[in-house]
Structure formats: structure tokens, C-alpha cells
Design a protein around this ligand. Sequence first.
Ligand SMILES: [Zn+2]
Length: 248
Amino acid sequence: MTFVTTALVLHSQSLAEKDVRLRVLSPDKGLFEVVAKGGKKSKRRFVNILEPFSFLRIHVRPGRVLHLPPFLDQADLLEPFETLRVSFSHYLKASYFSELTESLFRPHTGQEAFRPLLQAFYLLAEERSPPWPLFKLHFELQMLTKSGFMPRLRECVRCGKRVSGPERFFAIAEGGVVCQNCFREGDFPFPPPVHAFLGHLLQVPAEKLNRLRPAAENLKQAGRIMENFLLFVIDREINSLRILKEML
Ligand SMILES: [Zn+2]
């Protein structure tokens, strides 16, 4: 069945001959691949729109062979997000958001990730996007929540009791907070202000991120813990993140 949907292009790859394969995220179909036959050459149908981060309305036709990606019949540009490709730093950040989304969701899932990703692209394209460490952490928390991987932050992952008191820790492999009694070697220190900051950040909508002024140390520690946790969950390297770290 042919269908029409909106979609963000996460990845665009030229194939042999003149075709282009896209990995896209759609709000009703989730993550999937689609092939634009003659996409490299057909300027009239696809002029400069099969680019990473483009926001499109697409017309998709099933492939002739089962299990092969469907074909892209038509694509209308809703928002080019050109600034995300012009600046290398923006490109890497948008790539990180895309790669992270692809890593956390399987094909034909991830519908709920569409809105946060689109919003992150809009924010990144704006002149006044939030400071990167805060923006990155906020996006990671949203994607962890949407994908069901969000760590437990209330009860100790080892004894199940509500965690309070000044000594708290975070266990990467078990995915959550650990109380003083259950501490083991290798757990990250998770001081109450860092714990409280993460809890608060989960409640803040992306468009209000610019108003936050977190203490630098809280942001740094929370960012480090969440990044370690994410890399543990997805169990592979994220290229754009590695390059970003070398650059920033
Ligand atoms: Zn405990």
C-alpha cells in the first residue's frame, strides 16, 4: 500500500547507479529505510532535498521484493534545516541526535522520538540554542524516557528502598541510583544536588532550556553519568560524539 507521511532524514547514502537510500523517522511509521530511484540524478523530483536532517512529506510505494526497502515516489520539502549542514559543529550535533535516536530504537519503532528530534533540530538551527552540554543531556534524557531505558532515580536499584541522605551513587550496569548501604566499588558518586538536577531536568520542556542556569559541577557530573549510561545501553561507539569531543 502506498502511503504519505512526514519524516526527518537521519541518514542519506548514495547507492550504485543513481539511487539514494534514506533512513528516515516518521511520526506514524517510526524508523525505516526508503530508496529514491534515480535520486542522485533526478534534479526535478528531488533537487537538494534528500539531504540529512531535511524535514519532508514523502510518498512511499512498496518495493517489488518483500523485505527490500520501499521506494520514494515523491518528496516535498517542509523544512530544509540547511544551517544544520552548513556549520560543521551544527552538523555533528544534529548527527549525534540522529545517531542516538537510531541506536535506541529498532526499525518500525521510535514514533515517539519524532517530536523531540524535530524540536531539537529547530532549536539547534536557531541562533540562541541552549548551551551544548545542557542541550545534549536534555535530549539524552528525553530519548532514554521515550525508549524505555530511563534509569531508576527514586529507589535504590539493589535494595528497592527510596534513596535519601547525603551519600548516593549511580550504578551504570543496573541503570539507576544506589543507596549508601548498597554501594559497591565502581559506582559513580551521585551527590544530592546532581540527583535533584537530573530529576528537575526531566520535567523541563526543551523550549524552556535557555532559562536554566545549572551549577557547572552538577551539569558536568550529570552529563558524565548519563553519557556513560547511554554508551552502556547502546553498546557501541557513536562517531559524531567522538568527533565532537575532539573538537569542543
Ligand atoms: Zn540500597
